[in-house]
Design a binder for this molecule. Structure first.
Ligand code: PSU
Ligand code: MN
Length: 305
């Protein structure tokens, strides 16, 4: 038995060797979070945004059972295409998808795992998973949360998706010792909206402050991730009031259709996109781009330390 190794592009290998700033990017958002073909152009634009801010992008996925750190144009097209049969891979699914030489899109949880293996400390996504509404009866808590509690990567997101139970998500993160740092805000952003009514317990206004917190936490041997909560730009947000009715409808619909497990989040995102006439897609694009920018700035500050 040979053990699975990481397939790292030459550019990223060089960046790792020279200590150049790198930002990990996930692929579930490409395969399951955004529609084709916009997912291809958005994935490319995210990578470009990382470059424009001085870091090297490392989009992560499993292709034919190979763990890829950095994707070629054809890898990306394969992941994005609806006919490619790409499995949504969280921590649970990694062994099976690699053993079967299948294609897998990595979630926040599994992207963190591979980023840490590769030696990448900063990661940009759209919104993290969290504790679902009704979790007290169906136990639906995203594997992203325990991963943040154990794996050493700083994740820049626009907050937990507003389809979730945000207060319970914050409680869970506190229990697992995950710092939630508002970037330029005292309030937890809720993905499409800047406001949630929930205070964050820590705030940073510069990438250097965040880099210093990362260094200090890990230097003390305090393992686990950090959540950097970066609100969507004002011009692109959808106000929480405008969305709450649509989210309630989406949740009802998922329940009536019996959608469960890992299908729920893609189902809800899709429903909301249709009900907002695509406005949520524009917002999703804007917030991911903004996260890619801030993540690159944090990675540059971290590389200097
Ligand atoms: N951010 C987005 N769109 C997405 C996701 C994040 O803008 O689709 C994905 C991430 O991969 C995250 C996943 O890990 O949603 C959460 O899935 P679940 O709720 O099943 O854990
Ligand atoms: Mn779930």
């Amino acid at each position: 038995m040979t053990y699975p190794s990481l397939h790292i592009t030459d550019e990223i290998k060089k960046a790792l060797a020279s200590g150049t700033a790198i930002v990990a990017l996930e692929s579930t958002i490409i395969s399951h979070g955004l529609p084709y073909p916009e997912n291809v152009s958005i994935a490319r634009a995210i990578e470009q945004m990382v470059r424009d801010n001085g870091a090297i992008p490392a989009t992560i996925a499993i292709l034919d059972g190979k763990i890829k750190i950095g994707l070629s144009a054809s890898d990306l097209e394969k992941l994005a295409h609806p006919d490619s049969n790409v499995i949504k891979v969280s921590r649970r699914d990694i062994g099976s998808v690699i053993a079967r030489k299948a294609n897998g899109a990595t979630t926040v949880a599994s992207t963190m795992i591979f980023a840490e293996m590769a030696g990448i400390s900063v990661f940009a996504t759209g919104g993290i998973g969290g504790v679902h509404q009704g979790a007290e009866t169906d136990f639906d808590i995203s594997a992203d949360l325990p991963e943040l509690g154990r794996t050493n990567v700083a994740v820049v997101s626009a907050g937990p998706k507003a389809i979730l139970d945000l207060p319970l998500t914050m409680e869970y993160l506190e229990t697992h010792g995950v710092p939630v740092i508002g970037y330029g805000t005292d309030e937890l952003p809720a993905f499409w909206s800047r406001q949630s009514g929930i205070a964050v317990t820590d705030r940073a206004d510069t990438p250097e402050e965040i880099a210093a917190i990362m260094k200090t936490k890990w230097a003390l041997g305090l393992t686990g991730g950090l959540m950097i909560a970066n609100p969507v730009p004002e011009a692109d947000e959808i106000k929480a009031e405008a969305l709450s009715g649509i989210i309630a409808q989406a949740l009802d619909n998922a329940r009536n259709k019996g959608v469960t497990g890992k299908a729920i989040t893609p189902f809800l995102l899709d429903w909301i996109r249709h009900k907002t006439d695509g406005k949520s897609l524009a917002t999703n694009r804007a917030l991911v781009m903004n996260n890619a920018k801030v993540a690159a700035q944090i990675a540059v500050a971290y590389a200097k330390k």
